[in-house]
Ligand binder design. Structure first.
Ligand code: NAP
Length: 304
């Protein structure tokens, strides 16, 4: 198992040291503003987690929770204010936004130098041209994990299943920039297993529980499971978790659901060389990289 949680703790310790250094040198802490619109319970949990982590690491943090009927103009006004405020170095707008909000305008309004999620077109373009500024946190975390765990990237065949702006596309750019040979798959890919089986590094960012099975994986490959899917059905849990099904069914009975990735855990564990668990794999790395991006934004500021 690739221990994402352990690497995330390592990154957070480094960030905490960086925060303390910045405080000594410039008398200020990095500041992160988290903006959330509406009542989506998953988004509320994610944002709370990010704010709590930033407080633990000594950052200044703000949580702006806006009503579900907030207009695009109201959100843009808040962002314009955060863009100019000196104590804020990083701004994150939790996605998804309610349907009435123009997501594209919102992401384009965050100042590129404060765009710690890396979604502004300027940062997307810099990454695509091999000059990264801010890289989206989930792929950035996966890249850190691969490097710190000594997984060979140069010359390796990497396959990413999923082409979202948040995970698949930036992941492909990072790996291409690091000299891997990269293939991107999606829902229209023909004979998915034939393509994924070529990969030394296989990254699943799909949103379908257990879609990647033993037949999709080259024996010994490194498999990164980005998926976070809620399983509520005990029969499905038994099929997915094999020998560990009883533990997971216990979790379903206690909490109402258990988390499963896009990789079939019981099958792929037997074939893969390395595999990230769900939970405890990619999730903690995402939060750690948000903290690091915010520290980087603060360090990059020239004027106080
Ligand atoms: P997304 O925007 O819904 O994209 C899913 C991608 O998977 C799309 O490109 C889609 O293809 C492709 N796909 C769907 N069905 C497929 C199939 N049967 N075969 C091959 N490809 C298929 O999802 P996302 O935002 O990238 O998220 C993916 C997963 O990662 C979700 O479970 C999400 O919860 C999780 N996630 C986790 C973290 C974390 O921190 N751990 C962060 C972000 C996301 P098309 O483009 O053709 O539709």
């Amino acid at each position: 198992m690739l221990d994402g949680a352990r690497v995330a703790e390592q990154i957070k310790r480094e960030v905490a040291e960086g925060v303390a250094r910045l405080l000594r040198a410039r008398g200020r802490r990095p500041g992160l503003a988290a903006v959330r619109v509406g009542d989506d319970p998953a988004s509320a949990v994610y944002v709370r987690n990010k704010v709590r982590t930033s407080e633990q690491l000594g950052l200044h943090s703000e949580h702006h929770a806006l009503a579900a009927d907030t207009t695009t103009e109201q959100l843009l006004a808040l962002l314009a204010d955060l863009n100019t405020r000196a104590e804020i170095d990083g701004i994150l707008v939790q996605l998804p936004l309610p349907a009435q909000i123009d997501e594209r305008r919102v992401l384009e309004t965050v100042a590129p130098r404060k765009d710690v999620d890396g979604f502004h077109p300027l940062n997307v373009g810099l990454l695509a041209s091999g000059r990264p500024a801010f890289v989206p946190c989930t792929p950035a975390g996966i890249y850190e994990l691969l490097v710190r765990e000594g997984i060979e990237i140069v010359g390796a065949r990497a396959c990413i299943v999923g082409r979202s702006q948040i995970v698949g596309r930036p992941m492909a750019q990072l790996l291409v920039n690091a000299d891997a040979t990269v293939t991107i798959c999606h829902s229209r890919t023909r004979d998915l297993a034939a393509v994924t089986r070529e990969a030394d590094i296989l990254i699943a960012a799909i949103g379908r529980p257990g879609l990647i099975r033993a037949a999709h994986v080259k024996p010994g490959a490194t498999v990164i499971d980005v998926g976070m899917n809620k399983i509520t059905d005990e029969t499905q849990a038994r099929e997915l978790f094999g020998a560990r099904a009883d533990e997971r069914i216990e979790v379903i009975r206690r909490r109402g659901y258990t988390l499963c990735g896009d990789v079939h855990p019981a099958e792929v564990e037997a074939v893969a060389g390395r595999l990230t668990p769900v939970p405890g794999g990619v999730g903690p790395l995402t939060v750690a990289m948000l903290m690091r991006n915010t520290l980087t934004a603060a360090e990059a500021r020239r004027t106080e």
